[in-house]
Design a protein around this ligand. Structure first.
Ligand SMILES: *Cc1c(COP(=O)(O)O)cnc(C)c1O
Length: 248
């Protein structure tokens, strides 16, 4: 356990340093970027070690797995939980009740359900809209792979902005997996340009957040304007198979 904590602490600090230098390089303040440590498919022991190592924001992909972890920790653990994976409509309640920010809102249908459950809980749920900037079939999010598609989702965005218990805070993307971090740059730029356009179309909303960049390309994402980066394996190591997790 102490070894795990110090190993995570070292990698977490290294990642924060890389973020800070990428920020300075592009004339940004490092404080404007938050590091989400992704613990999906990692056992509770890793989550506990990450918290002990100083991690403050944790990201999960699967609502049930995330909620199990949240409920296994003391209620005042001082960490913030973000949902970063695709959420099925029937899991909307779990997300509306347990997470501080949903990065991956990808349909009006899900938005309506989240709004309803958040209202029942008397809370407002902050969300980011997920866009598919690479146009891959396998990826979630509204298709923003070419400019001619941009107008197609505007009516849905407008409807989401009107939902009283959701708070749109910006955009998120997961670009196609490249072989080089630089391969992601044009996709990150694309998300930023889309954000600027939505901000001018809907100035009533807050579009400040850009969630982009993973272990493979987070420094490029920071150079292109990321305010949230989602880093898993570079900090907490390879994801475990279920059987390995159970054996721990
Ligand atoms: C798993 C995942 C990450 C983290 O990926 P790593 O390669 O482990 O850094 C980031 N974002 C999303 C949406 C993910 O599913």
């Amino acid at each position: 356990m102490p070894d795990m904590v110090s190993s995570i602490r070292e990698k977490y600090q290294f990642t924060l340093d890389q973020i800070a230098s990428a920020a300075r390089k592009s004339g940004r303040a490092p404080e404007g970027i938050r590091l989400v440590v992704v613990t999906k498919s990692q056992p509770l022991e890793i989550v506990q070690a990450a918290i002990e190592a100083g991690v403050r924001i944790l990201g999960e992909n699967y609502p049930e797995e995330g909620v199990t972890k949240i409920q296994s920790l003391p209620p005042q653990s001082g960490v913030e939980w973000h949902m970063i994976g695709h959420v099925q409509s029937r899991k909307a309640r779990l997300v509306a009740e347990h997470f501080e920010l949903l990065h991956s809102l990808d349909s009006l249908k899900l938005a309506r359900r989240l709004d309803r459950f958040a209202a029942e809980r008397n809370r407002a749920l902050p969300v980011l809209l997920e866009f598919n900037v690479g146009g891959e079939e396998s990826k979630a999010g509204w298709d923003a792979s070419n400019d001619s598609r941009w107008d197609a989702f505007l009516p849905e965005v407008e409807s989401i902005l009107k939902l009283p218990s959701l708070r749109v805070r910006g955009l998120m993307t997961m670009p196609p997996l490249g072989t080089d971090p630089e391969d992601s740059r044009r996709f990150f730029l694309r998300l930023r340009l889309l954000r600027d356009r939505l901000a001018s179309t809907f100035p009533q909303a807050d579009w400040r957040e850009l969630s982009m960049g993973t272990s493979a390309d987070y420094t490029v994402a920071v150079e292109e304007g990321a305010t949230l980066v989602r880093v898993g394996t570079a900090i907490v190591g390879a994801r475990r198979l279920k059987s390995e997790v159970e054996a721990l």
